[in-house]
Design a protein around this ligand. Structure first.
Ligand code: CTP
Ligand code: MG
Length: 258
């Protein structure tokens, strides 16, 4: 061992690898058709604050996240930039806004394309999951730092799931063909965390339409692992989800008050 008078500036964790820099890509370009008529979903408010701002804060709350790339509705990048300027956000975090695409997958790809060099870990987080707790975010980052190429927060299912066949006609009943073992099923959330090079390769290789990024990494033949998800990381999809989100915020305000 030699005495090094100039130790490396970045902290070195127990694993011995230098801490990789982490960026979060937030796809926020969807319309929110299932939520019903109104502004694009990410711009709808919860507790008076746009859902997107909640989601950005949820990422920036993690000390590991030093850049957030927001993928705005295709014609809404200017509006989103104005929103970011109008809301208090942590100063240690950088922000970029890029316009999104036709599908979630395309929007994530546009966010990845805008990512500067120097970020080795990428989180992809739905703007529609505004209330994910920071411990969940940190758990995902930790698992990527520990060497997993892809990590998803996951929860067991409450409902039993049936596999069906398409109904024979508009008035015909849908036949059930299987009941998968529920104990082996998980509902997965975001942020999903990735080794950057792996996620870029997945987006360059997989052309099927998928609903999450981890499934693209699965298609590369790599192992995706789970970490515990959180019930407050639910996706705001339908009108009832807005009621739940407002209730979660009210509970937080109450708890913060004591
Ligand atoms: N998303 C996106 N670009 C798209 C479609 C979706 O960035 N072309 C984003 C949404 O903004 C959301 C996330 O992907 O943050 C998850 O998608 P989803 O919950 O399906 O949102 P929407 O597509 O907006 O909703 P809907 O499917 O009801 O229209
Ligand atoms: Mg959608």
């Amino acid at each position: 061992m030699t005495d090094d008078p100039f130790p490396p500036p970045s902290p070195t964790p127990a694993s011995g690898r230098p801490t990789a820099r982490t960026a979060a890509v937030i796809p926020a370009a969807g319309r929110g058709v299932r939520l019903g008529p109104g502004a694009p979903k990410a711009l709808r408010t919860l507790g008076g604050t746009p859902m997107l701002i909640h989601a950005i804060r949820a990422m920036a709350d993690s000390r590991a996240v030093s850049l957030v790339v927001v993928v705005a509705p295709p014609d809404g990048a200017a509006e989103v930039k104005t929103l970011l300027d109008a809301h208090a956000l942590p100063e240690r975090t950088d922000f970029l806004v890029v316009p999104g695409g036709e599908s979630r997958q395309e929007s994530v790809k546009l966010g990845l394309d805008a990512l500067p060099a120097g970020y080795d870990i990428v989180l992809v987080h739905d703007a529609a999951r505004p209330l994910v707790p920071v411990d969940t975010v940190d758990g995902v980052i930790e698992a990527v730092r520990d060497g997993a190429p892809a990590v998803v927060p996951a929860l067991p299912l409450a409902d039993t799931v049936k596999q069906v066949e398409p109904a024979a006609g508009p008035d015909a009943p849908e036949p059930v063909v299987a009941t998968p073992d529920r104990s082996l099923l998980r509902a997965v959330q975001t942020p999903q965390g990735f080794d950057r090079a792996t996620l870029v390769r997945a987006h360059d290789t997989v052309k099927d339409n998928v609903t999450d990024d981890a499934s693209m990494v699965e298609q590369l033949g790599l192992t995706v692992v789970t970490v515990p998800g959180h019930e407050e990381a639910f996706k705001v999809t339908r009108p009832l989800d807005l009621v739940l989100a407002e209730a979660v915020l009210a509970r937080r305000r109450l708890n913060d008050g004591f």
